[in-house]
Design a protein around this ligand. Structure first.
Ligand code: 5GP
Length: 111
């Protein structure tokens, strides 16, 4: 069964896609926690960071996409990139993804 995010990437479920390349797709979170709240999702389905195979480049592609999105959206004030892994971190969708948050001061540490 394709994941919810794969269905979004395949345009089977609507979402506002703001960036895509060969490796990742980034779209607006349905329940934004900041003025800018995107999900950066590798095209390859991996359930989470803990199951990312050793040597896989997905994590690098997530980070390079985040850098490009920050430049594209002129977020000179900064942004935060977060990966929730597992139930203690609040992961709800089992397809590796990073949250890209910006547009307001972001408290630290996160809750
Ligand atoms: P997680 O909790 O797994 O780290 O993040 C999953 C994120 O997916 C949540 O922030 C949630 O709001 C978002 N989400 C869940 N369902 C949908 C959907 O159908 N469309 C979009 N765009 N985002 C979704």
């Amino acid at each position: 069964m394709p994941s919810l995010f794969t269905k979004i990437m395949n345009r089977e479920i609507p979402a506002e896609i703001v960036y895509e390349d060969q490796f990742v797709v980034a779209f607006k979170d349905i329940s934004p926690q900041a003025p800018v709240h995107l999900l950066i999702v590798p095209r390859t389905e991996v359930s989470g960071l803990s199951t990312l195979p050793e040597g896989d480049g997905d994590h690098q592609h997530i980070l390079s996409a985040a850098k490009k999105i920050g430049e594209m959206l002129h977020l000179e004030g900064g942004y935060r990139v977060v990966i929730n892994q597992g139930p203690d971190a609040g992961q709800t969708v089992d397809h590796l993804h990073a949250h890209f948050l910006a547009g307001r001061p972001l408290g630290w540490p996160p809750g």
